[in-house]
Ligand binder design. Structure first.
Ligand code: ADP
Ligand code: MG
Length: 177
């Protein structure tokens, strides 16, 4: 008997997603977003970092941030995933404010396999990834020294050029203290 595999033949990529929040119980916001992402049809969670806290990057008159990074196997295209993540941001009440302003949840596609993507609404590797401690350190926790950042080389080496800048590791959920 011939077996049809068409429904399962989409390519699977290893994808890293950055999660951030500094409003409305940030620890809870990260947990809710993680659960929503893991439930998406084209996603299988394979890793999740500790939660880290750091002072805001942009305007200083806003609360500190919580950040984490999630690793997934993904059968969506990068554009499909972006749309799904934006829907989750909206579900969790994200409102556009000033640049680098406060937000209930920010979901960024950090890496999409080894792909370089330069589209008007989608840049991968994510802009600033290589300079931001709150992305690099949680990414390193689950990706390790050997993870290749396309165009930049190994994560272990890249991290040595980026100081912690006030980044502190909290724990599994960020709600522990
Ligand atoms: P930031 O994450 O830099 O604080 P925003 O979340 O407000 O900024 O930016 C949202 C915009 O960023 C969206 O319109 C989206 O199209 C664009 N964008 C570009 N590249 C990515 C990416 N890799 N992941 C998520 N959003 C991206
Ligand atoms: Mg974003």
């Amino acid at each position: 008997m011939t077996q049809t595999i068409s429904e399962n033949s989409a390519q699977t990529e290893t994808v890293y997603i950055g999660l951030g929040s500094n409003l409305s119980e940030p620890g809870q916001q990260l947990q809710n977003a993680r659960l929503s992402i893991a439930k998406l049809a084209g996603i299988e969670e394979t890793g999740y970092s500790s939660v880290y806290t750091s002072p805001p990057m942009g305007p200083q008159d806003q609360p500190d941030y919580l950040n984490s990074v999630m690793a997934v196997n993904c059968t969506f295209s990068a554009q499909q995933l972006l749309k799904q993540l934006q829907d989750i941001e909206i579900q969790q009440g994200r409102i556009k404010t000033r640049r680098w302003g406060e937000r209930t949840v920010d979901l960024d596609i950090l890496l999409f396999g080894q792909q370089h993507i330069n589209q008007t609404d989608l840049t991968i590797p994510h802009t600033g990834l290589t300079e931001r401690a709150f992305v690099l350190y949680p990414l390193h926790e689950i990706g390790g020294d050997e993870l290749i950042i396309p165009g930049y080389g190994k994560l272990g080496q890249l991290m040595q050029t980026v100081p912690l800048n006030g980044l502190t590791r909290l724990g599994e959920t960020g709600n522990e203290n």
